[in-house]
Write a protein that binds this ligand. Structure first.
Ligand code: IPD
Length: 273
């Protein structure tokens, strides 16, 4: 084994993550290209997505454990592989974030892979499998895209801001999310729903979007992208001092966060089912 594959600094873990996430992205893209006939003509839409999700996850997990057999993996499809001991690394993987985009061939679906130690995400990569765009971060080492350090948007007022969000799959949750948006949309420049939380976070980290919020995310949706946003200098948090998580995740530049936070509290964005 090479030195890098056995190392466990954030930078060394990131190097492994980037390699296996890129390979996973190639598989996701290839499987969609090959299955395009099935996607369009059969009633197997979700089967195509599920097969690709599982194949990418299996490939990434096998590659990680080949390099680092003692690590744990939390994956969207297979769950938690093993309990990790204190100080050990747990990888957090979303094999295809943006599965509905994947189904439709919309070019926003990504492999999201993070390394966590003792409950803290220390390295993360998000690869847009459709375009090859890639964002990375290590804790304390900044967030990067194409050799450019990311610093988020310079926007300071909510009414001039482009805010991204997403919706859960449950209809009752969507009803509440829709009601929140109906109010929010009158107070911001505009709203975007791109369909892949990891990419929403990366686009916010680079300042293409001004801010992002969503209720109901799973850890694999936001582990890598959340670190990338935080390392770009954004506030990544829940509401009223809660940590970012399933109840609510807000990612916004420090100058914008208080205004967005307060309106989300006012609209009870973390409430509902
Ligand atoms: C979903 C996407 C979507 C977000 C949902 C997620 P998936 O992940 O990130 O943008 O709104 O909350 O569940 O199902 O495509 O991996």
């Amino acid at each position: 084994m090479s030195e890098i594959s056995t190392g466990s600094t954030p930078e060394e873990l990131l190097a492994i993550a980037v390699r296996v996430a890129r390979e996973g992205a190639v598989t996701a893209r290839r499987m969609r290209d090959e299955a395009i006939g099935d996607v369009q003509t059969k009633s197997t839409d979700t089967d195509v997505v599920t097969a690709a999700d599982k194949a990418v996850e299996r490939q990434v997990v096998e590659a990680l454990l080949a390099d680092r057999p003692g690590d744990g993996v939390l994956g969207e499809e297979y769950g938690d592989s093993v309990a990790v001991a204190p100080g050990a690394v747990r990888w957090i993987l979303d094999p295809i974030d943006g599965t509905v985009n994947y189904l439709y061939g919309l070019p926003q679906y990504a492999v999201s892979l993070a390394a966590e130690r003792d409950g803290e995400v220390i390295a993360g990569v998000v690869v847009n499998a459709a375009t090859g765009d890639e964002w990375t971060a290590t804790r304390g080492g900044g967030a990067w895209r194409d050799g450019r350090r990311l610093t988020g948007s310079a926007r300071t007022t909510l009414d001039q801001s482009m805010i991204a969000t997403g919706f859960g799959y449950d209809a009752r949750r969507r009803a509440h999310q829709g009601a929140v948006l109906a109010q929010l949309i009158t107070r911001v420049r505009d709203i975007r729903r791109l369909g892949a939380a990891a990419l929403d976070l990366c686009l916010t980290a680079e300042g293409t979007l001004d801010a992002y919020f969503e209720k109901g995310l799973n850890l694999w949706d936001h582990a890598a992208g959340g670190l990338i946003a935080a390392e770009a200098g954004l506030v990544v948090s829940g509401l009223s001092g809660a940590p970012a998580g399933g109840q609510m995740l807000v990612a916004a530049p420090p100058a914008l966060f208080p205004a967005l936070h307060d309106v989300l509290v006012e609209l009870d964005a973390a409430g509902g089912p």
